[in-house]
Ligand binder design. Structure first.
Ligand code: SF4
Ligand code: SF4
Length: 459
């Protein structure tokens, strides 16, 4: 609805039903402006004015806040164009040269939902030389870079440690030659990540972010994330996480991911309690993710999107109660993933190049892999499947993202899953109202905790 102020309510918003704010004794609505990822509390009467287009009836300060949040936007604005042009600008202004390297095609684990075919292949020395030369050339050509960022991925990257050790100083030298910051992260199963390796990773290898997966309590984890031999892995991985989290090196970010399907959903709470009992609050970030198809049928055992979204709110509450600070509200996501970043590539241990992290070593994608964009030895090829044009597809209206209020904080989630006809919508699409309510409750609780000492003093 338009008003005489030439404003309209942005379509990119989420609002809760009225809730009674007990302390303030008034009904409020919680509103989330996805264009700016800003949450706001607004009294129910003012929100009624907003929804009715009575913007001139709003107190000036409230109206100004809503304009600043981009909840109220110019009436003539084509909002999808604005969001997509900001996304394009963010991709264009990217100051990080981001690459993903799979130093090996091997993994010790035999996770039953994994889509990769593992072999003992390591990135050859000849391909390492080609990779270094390629990165040096690209970094020299790109303007405005600030960071060279490597993501070590697998298989299990720690089984390709020799490659990591050879490549890291060479990348650091390239970064230094161009005045860039060098940094790395690693996605690891955590099994080999003992104290000595942890020191090396956080030291010489400049790894600042590490993500490790635990799939529930020990029984559930070991039933699906054991070694290929079937041997259990949970106890060792937990031991390694606890050590890593308590090391003094900073900055470092440790994420613990729990892949969830019907079989282990009931044990996520037990895992959260175990991580809390180990004193990992404030030292790790925990999150759950639904198992999805990795070129296979693993998604057939997943919770439905609605079931996962409902369960996740419970896991947020449990984490908060135990002293963790889960990321309840999504943030702005102008760059959906590396698939839309023109210079980003994944290099697998065979020297193949991809623009997506979930396609290498997947037999079902054929020989040659239909997502391949070339090889280190042969150079770049036009992809048989183009993921890079994703934002154009949203602009053209061929995806539900075109009309989705979550687009600014979701980005469209996963170009590859859309192509494979698996709806990739993040859980926030289905539980954003509950997330808003929980975020509000947590903020109130913190306020009360801050105010309590003063109240006690006054008493
Ligand atoms: S992936 Fe789903 S939640 Fe995200 S913008 Fe597209 S339709 Fe919306
Ligand atoms: S296309 Fe999907 S799976 Fe591939 S990198 Fe992007 S988000 Fe990940």
């Amino acid at each position: 609805m338009e008003s005489s102020l030439d404003l309209k309510l942005s379509r990119y918003h989420v609002v809760t039903p009225p809730v009674l704010d007990q302390a303030a004794k008034r009904h409020v609505r919680l509103v989330f402006a996805t264009r700016t990822a800003t949450a706001r509390v607004i009294d129910a009467a003012s929100w009624a004015d907003v929804e009715a287009g009575r913007f001139e009836a709003l107190p000036g300060a409230i109206r100004d806040d809503l304009v600043a949040d981009e909840l109220l936007v110019p009436a003539a604005e084509q909002e999808l164009d604005t969001v997509l042009s900001r996304n394009a600008a963010a991709i264009g202004a990217d100051d990080t040269h981001y690459i993903v390297i799979q130093p090996t095609a091997m993994c010790q684990l035999g996770c039953d939902y994994c889509g990769q075919s593992h072999t003992s292949r390591q990135l050859s020395e000849a391909d390492q030389d080609r990779l270094v030369e390629r990165v040096a050339t690209e970094v020299a050509q790109r303007k405005g870079l600030r960071t060279l960022f490597v993501s070590w991925f697998g298989g299990e990257p720690l089984l390709g440690l020799t490659v990591m050790r050879r490549l890291t100083p060479r990348f650091q030298a390239i970064a230094a030659a161009h005045g860039l910051h060098y940094e790395a992260k690693m996605i690891s199963n955590g099994l080999a990540l003992g104290p000595a390796l942890a020191a090396e990773l956080l030291g010489e290898l400049a790894v600042r972010q590490i993500e490790i997966t635990l799939d529930g309590d020990s029984a559930h984890h070991d039933a699906r994330r054991g070694k290929k031999s079937g041997a259990p892995t949970f106890a060792r991985i937990v031991e390694n996480i606890v050590h890593l989290a308590n090391r003094p090196e900073t900055p470092k970010k440790i994420s613990v991911r729990c892949n969830v399907d019907r079989r282990n959903a009931g044990s996520v709470s037990e895992l959260i309690r175990l991580l809390a009992a180990k004193g990992l609050q404030g030292k790790i970030e925990f999150y759950a993710a639904s198992v999805y198809s990795w070129g296979n049928d693993a998604h057939l055992r997943s919770l439905t999107a609605e079931e996962f979204a409902a369960a996740e709110i419970g896991w947020f509450v449990e984490q908060s109660t135990l002293g963790f600070r889960p990321a309840v509200l999504p943030t702005r996501k102008p760059v959906v993933c590396m698939a839309v970043m023109p210079e980003s590539r994944l290099f697998d241990a065979y020297g193949n190049m991809f623009t997506c992290t979930e396609v290498s070593y997947v037999a079902d994608y054929g020989v040659p892999n239909r997502y391949s964009v070339g090889t280190l030895a042969g150079g770049d090829d036009a992809p048989a499947v183009d993921l890079a044009d994703f934002n154009s597809r949203i602009a053209a209206g061929t995806l539900p993202c075109t009309s989705c209020r979550m687009l600014p904080v979701c980005g469209g989630s996963c170009p590859k899953k859309w192509l494979e006809a698996h709806e990739p919508c993040p859980s926030a699409k289905r539980n954003i109202e509950q997330r808003l309510l929980l975020g509000y409750a947590l903020a109130r609780r913190e306020q009360e905790a801050i105010q309590e000492p003063a109240a006690a003093q006054a008493a």
